[in-house]
Design a protein around this ligand. Sequence first.
Ligand code: SAH
Ligand code: SF4
Ligand code: F3S
Length: 439
Amino acid sequence: MKPAPKTFAVKSFGCQMNVYDGERMAELMAAQGMTAVADANAADLVVLNTCHIREKATEKVFSDIGRLRKDRAGRGEAAPMIAVAGCVAQAEGAEIVRRAKVDVVVGPQAYHNLPRLVADAAAGTAALDTDMPAASKFGALPARRKVGPSAFLTVQEGCDKFCTYCVVPYTRGAEVSRPFAAIVDEAKALVDAGAREITLLGQNVNAWTDGDDRGLHDLIRTLDRIPGLARIRYTTSHPNDMAQGLIDAHRDVESLMPFLHLPVQAGSDRVLKAMNRSHTCDSYLRLLDRVRAARPDIALSGDFIVGFPGETDAEFAETLRLVDAVGYAQAFSFKYSPRPGTPAADMGDQIPDAVMVNRLQQLQDALNRDQLAFNEESVGRTCEVLIERNGKLPGQKLGKSPWLQSVLLSGEHRIGDLVTVQLTEAGPNSLKATTNFAS
Ligand code: SAH
Ligand code: SF4
Ligand code: F3S
């Protein structure tokens, strides 16, 4: 029998949905009377909220567990309890207990049971829950507490797309939209708790539906009316679910920020088909034309995978051409990582690492060039910046532009302020701004 933990630390890896889940787990433990501590080594309970998307992400979990276990050696009952949550917990389940001897394993759809699992572990009972119950966990979670100016709100869970490289449909389960009213209530609670910006989250957030005929744009138009909520964002979207109503919302709804993260993955139609992406390079570009017609200043973002099995040099060159055609404001790019249990892992013609490294470098050079160009084109614009935290230098504040650029600013601004600025100087990853300008 171990003593019940009094302090905890949650470490989240991976996507924003994991960040959101990490916050909810922390709220859950605080509601049990436990105290959050920043240093994982000083906590009685460490929750590793893990990501399984690429091999590196998964390996990181095991090295983290190894480090924590080393620290535990010789500490007897004072040793911290280790709980593994998130997508690795779901994918590996009991295997983690066997391989890494952790105390608790809990999947992304079962973490509302964390307090019970921790109690079981303290009592020496096996504590593993990777169920995907029909009743959603959200109803069993405590109300939102204090949040920062920019908050996440998961509106949809799981994915039904089954891209052939991806583990998410297996680790997060089927695509499920949360009910309209529950989302609106949580958004209001977040605003009451300090949020001025809400980012709606889902693996295919633009496929959100209330089951009848309301889509994400209806939700956005409703949230737009919440007093005190200044900014709405959403991520991640799939090209196939980009309804005209949502595109129109970018034209009409002032609080909907001019930013769209719309992953394309590759520029070759043959590769896209092998990935089971169900859009083509051309249909994607035409879609972006419609988005830009509705909101000409929109900042575009994407995800790319280089070295999918069988990708030739010529096919990779099509990805570079697509990047040139779009001019992304920012983007994420990855080397393909074969994931156990996914169809692509068993495909022939896996690409050697050296080839992937070279392609990734070329792609990132192009994306960095475009990101800097987008930032440079922004210089001279006046816009609002939402102040999110203190900068590194004294008196400096860091905020976000409508186009999700990081903006550095000095002056007497408080966290959570919306400040009208002029952008004055551009770097690759941030801009400088001033409040001293003639309007
Ligand atoms: N639902 C989103 C994001 C999923 S995960 C979407 O479909 O766009 C985020 C990104 O990780 C993906 O867009 C993809 O670019 C990348 N990714 C997913 N599986 C991967 C794998 N096996 N290897 C490399 N990158 C991968
Ligand atoms: Fe993965 Fe594709 Fe679903 Fe995105 S849409 S989560 S890449 S399966
Ligand atoms: Fe990673 Fe799971 Fe998100 S695999 S990217 S944490 S959905």
